[in-house]
Design a protein around this ligand. Structure first.
Ligand code: GLN
Length: 597
């Protein structure tokens, strides 16, 4: 089964697909980039990766290297020593501003070039080569694979690095750098020329999101306190002079690079990376910013949104074989269900379902690929729109694959709208849903002797309905058994539902004032009754009695009420079909009567 999150991300990626901005040209090698290349990757903290577009296309990391080198400096020297050299104040300056803080005479923050060159100098190592090797290994540990260095990119940038050279020498002049600035300039330009893919960047971001543990390798790369510190600085300074705009509109710690990448980190949940080389005036990928804004809004990622735990969305999951319903069944059925039950999984969900909560649920469902899935929503409080749509679409997929998806949702935690896909079936309690799944599994494997479903399917009442209404009715029937002579409906009682005889014979006994005694009408298999009460002040006119042992299906008045509330369009279909069926019955009665004259 294809994961619906993947489709969802593909649809999001279309956003901002326009050719705004220009590829960077101050580094000669970057000017040759294909401006239309695009990738979007999301890496979860439990190691799953979603890719849209060209996620394996390699490019130079550029400024996205800065938070990682800063992290290494922090880990090597400790925060106090690093703070002696680099402030953590948003400067509001462009990334390559030749400036120091006027008061402290230090770089304002490690995300602008001045701070980044300084951070490079704080990496432990006896010379620039050893420091750079450590940087290279450190980046690789974040990515979870060995990353390489692009010599040509490095030479290209070095050949035109007048501005960064000026910054490095200024840093030396103010003794922020304590030895030859050319060494640190070289090291910094090398780190910017490390080759990554968008998948790598998403994984590096996910390692930050995961508190410093690389999600795929399980290796602890950075200390949690270092990660916390780095994420804070990414939040306030990662997007330079648009950091304020970014935190307001996107709301996640981020870092951009002039080759066209942007990473975003949602702590505890995900790492995101987008790649598109055309840049805006601030040196950020223009499409990247648009996609991030769109994704953040759609997926409700903004950090300041008052949220909600997500990793524990699945409270419990089990199969019907492990935990069957409480219904007692004949021994052969019970034995059959011991194996068939494996094909039905129950997912008990809880809490608030946001993007990453539903992502973990859906991935589990895709991995299990059960034929039947029951989603128990009774402990869910709030469902974000993205989660609602995703759950409905996975329901639809299960249905399309020939299975069944059932939502146990008495409180309407996941409200259904008329325009929604209708693959999911809604029930009010888990026990009923489990019983229904068992019945349906048995039926599908030819093991139901109780109900002849073909009979029911062919009943004119169901024939006239839309497929959605038929499916709804079919699954909301109660199966009732009556012994011979038992009374099924009493005359004068209120409308209790529509009944279809599936085995045996029932008789309707009318008390007509003008005749002495009653005129029984026999109702055999396939006949429906009970619905005419709706036309008579909701009162049942005839007494209906079982003439032989009778089995019938009942679509109850409560079920009709419920569907009217949750799925009005289906309710209308059912009503139309009942009206037509009642007319059909009346018409036949008239013809029969006419034949006697
Ligand atoms: N290597 C580039 C520079 O120093 C990185 C800049 C960036 O990505 N914003 O100019």
């Amino acid at each position: 089964m294809r994961n619906p999150i993947q489709n969802y991300l593909e649809s999001l990626a279309d956003h901002g697909h326009y050719a705004v901005g220009k590829v960077a040209s101050y580094i000669p090698e970057l000017a040759a980039a294909d401006p239309d290349r695009f990738a979007l990757c999301i890496a979860t903290v439990d190691g799953h990766l979603y890719t849209v577009g060209d996620g394996q296309f390699p490019y130079s990391i550029q400024s996205i290297s800065k938070p990682f080198t800063y992290a290494l400096a922090l880990q090597d020297q400790g925060p106090a020593a690093v703070a002696q050299k680099i402030d953590v104040e948003p400067s509001g300056d462009a990334f390559n501003e030749i400036s120091l803080d006027p008061g402290t005479k230090r770089p304002s923050n490690p995300m602008i070039n001045a701070g980044a060159i300084t951070a490079a100098s704080l990496v432990a190592g006896k010379d620039r080569q050893e420091r750079f090797e450590r940087v290279q290994q450190w980046f690789s540990d974040f990515a979870g694979r060995q990353l390489t260095f692009d010599q040509q990119m490095y030479e290209s940038e070095l050949s035109a690095a007048h501005r960064n050279r000026a910054i490095a020498h200024m840093l030396r002049e103010f003794e922020v750098l304590e030895s030859d600035p050319e060494d640190f300039l070289d090291q910094y330009i090398r780190q910017c020329a490390m080759t990554v893919t968008t998948q790598d960047l998403a994984r590096m971001a996910a390692t930050l999101a995961n508190g410093g543990v690389q999600p795929s390798t399980g290796e602890r790369v950075a200390e949690p306190s270092v990660v916390e510190h780095v994420l804070s600085v990414m939040t306030s300074c990662g997007m330079y002079d648009t950091a304020g705009d970014w935190i307001t509109s996107v709301g996640v710690p981020a870092k951009s690079g002039v080759s066209g990448g942007i990473i975003g980190v949602l702590p505890g949940q995900l790492g995101l990376a987008v790649f598109s080389p055309r840049l805006d005036a601030h040196g950020h990928s223009a499409r990247g910013v648009a996609v991030f804004e769109h994704i953040s809004e759609e997926m409700e990622l903004h950090l300041m949104q008052v949220t909600r735990s997500s990793r524990t969305a699945v409270r419990d999951t089990y199969s019907l074989a492990e935990r069957p319903s409480r219904r007692r069944r004949p021994e052969p059925h019970q034995i059959l269900l011991d194996t068939l039950g494996e094909q039905c999984r129950i997912y008990e969900l809880q809490g608030d379902l946001n993007f990453s909560g539903v992502e973990s649920v859906v991935r589990r469902m895709v991995d299990d690929s059960p034929e039947f899935a029951v989603l128990d929503m009774r402990r869910v409080n709030d469902v974000a729109e993205v989660a609602r749509m995703t759950l409905l679409s996975i329901g639809d997929r299960i249905q399309a694959a020939g299975g069944e998806a059932v939502l146990v949702d008495p409180e309407d935690a996941l409200p259904i709208r008329d325009e929604d896909p209708n693959g999911i079936r809604i029930m009010d309690d888990l026990e009923a849903a489990m019983r229904w799944c068992e019945d349906e599994l048995l039926r599908r494997h030819g093991a139901d002797d109780e109900v002849d479903h073909k009979q029911v399917e062919e009943h004119p009442l169901l024939q006239q309905m839309s497929a959605a209404a038929r499916r709804y009715m079919r699954t909301h029937f109660d199966v009732l058994h009556f012994a011979a002579d038992e009374i099924i409906l009493e005359a004068g009682e209120p409308f209790s539902g529509i009944h279809i005889v599936t085995a045996g014979e029932a008789v309707a006994e009318f008390d007509y004032a003008h005749t002495d005694g009653s005129t029984p009408v026999t109702m055999s298999v396939g006949t429906s009754f009970g619905e005419l009460a709706l036309a008579r002040d909701d009162l049942q006119e005839a007494r209906v009695r079982a003439a032989t042992p009778v089995t019938l299906l009942k679509f109850s008045a409560e079920a009709l009420d419920h569907v009217s509330q949750v799925r009005p369009s289906i309710a209308v279909d059912i009503w139309k079909a009942m009206t037509r069926d009642a007319y059909r019955v009346a018409d036949r009665a008239m013809h029969e009567a006419a034949a006697y004259w």
